[in-house]
Design a protein. Structure first.
Length: 264
């Protein structure tokens, strides 16, 4: 699979106070810098494995992503003992990235070992800044994705939902924007209030439902007349595999998912 998002917008060119740059259709994480928004393409995610950001996904964008406690960072981490710019993640493509220590004397831990120099960051790798542990989730699935489990270090409170998948738009004016998927039912349509709202005249108010079951994922149209394509083939409901391409209305979406568990 060769998916490339071509966006030239530089997040550091953002000028505060220009509200027209805000895309209200994007739900930002608590730790996401509000100055980094559409039209940048999502190129991967950081999934919090403990602490303040437990179960929360933070977006990464093409190129340089600063991570730290400073409000000027692209990813703002509010956990204790995090340096103002603790780490820098350079996303080279949807499959590869480089992580480096930031401008701080506080240690950066990569896969439980000190990281003092730029190092490859691969899907499922973990790194720690201060007391916060993250897993790196690549945009594109790899051959090992179906066998690898991302482990939380703490049990999520029952009121909290963990992000366990995404739909990523593949073409059009909003190419690269992502929508979060959670355990259980994820209703999709052009009706506000659904888990995934698609502003598309060819998508019905309640178009389909993606469900995360204990052992698999499924997608089912709400009505048999609702058009749904899975990897280019019309479908009236099927199991989903990591990396499937879904055709909904006028657009296509990459289905990206991960397995999560709890460290005992």
């Amino acid at each position: 699979m060769n998916i490339q998002f071509q966006h030239t917008n530089d997040p550091h060119d953002y000028k505060p106070g220009i509200s027209s740059q805000v895309d209200e259709g994007l739900a930002l994480s608590r730790g996401q810098n509000p100055s980094v928004r559409f039209p940048l393409a999502t190129s991967g995610w950081l999934l919090g494995l403990n602490g303040i950001h437990l179960g929360e996904d933070l977006r990464l964008y093409p190129g340089i992503n600063t991570v730290g406690s400073s409000a000027h960072c692209d990813v703002v981490v509010t956990a204790p003992n995090v340096g103002r710019q603790h780490a820098v993640i350079d996303v080279i493509s949807g499959e590869s990235a480089i992580i480096s220590p930031g401008s701080t004397h506080r240690p950066l831990i990569l896969n439980e070992h000190p990281c003092a120099n730029p190092s490859p960051l691969c899907h499922g790798d973990t790194f720690q800044v201060g007391e916060q542990l993250f897993a790196y989730i690549s945009l594109l699935p790899t051959s090992a994705d179906d066998r690898r489990t991302i482990f939380f270090q703490e049990r999520l409170p029952s009121r909290n939902l963990c992000t366990v998948g995404w739909l990523v738009e593949l073409a059009g004016s909003r190419e690269g924007r992502d929508f979060r998927l959670f355990p259980g039912e994820n209703r999709i349509g052009n009706q506000p209030g659904l888990e995934i709202f698609l502003s598309d005249p060819e998508v019905n108010s309640r178009h389909c439902v993606i469900t995360r079951h204990p052992d698999n994922w499924t997608i089912v149209p709400v009505s048999v007349t609702d058009p749904l394509l899975v990897n280019g083939v019309p479908s009236t409901g099927t199991a989903l595999q990591n990396g499937d391409i879904l055709g909904l209305g006028q657009r296509e979406y990459l289905f990206r998912t991960i397995k999560v568990g709890l460290t005992i």
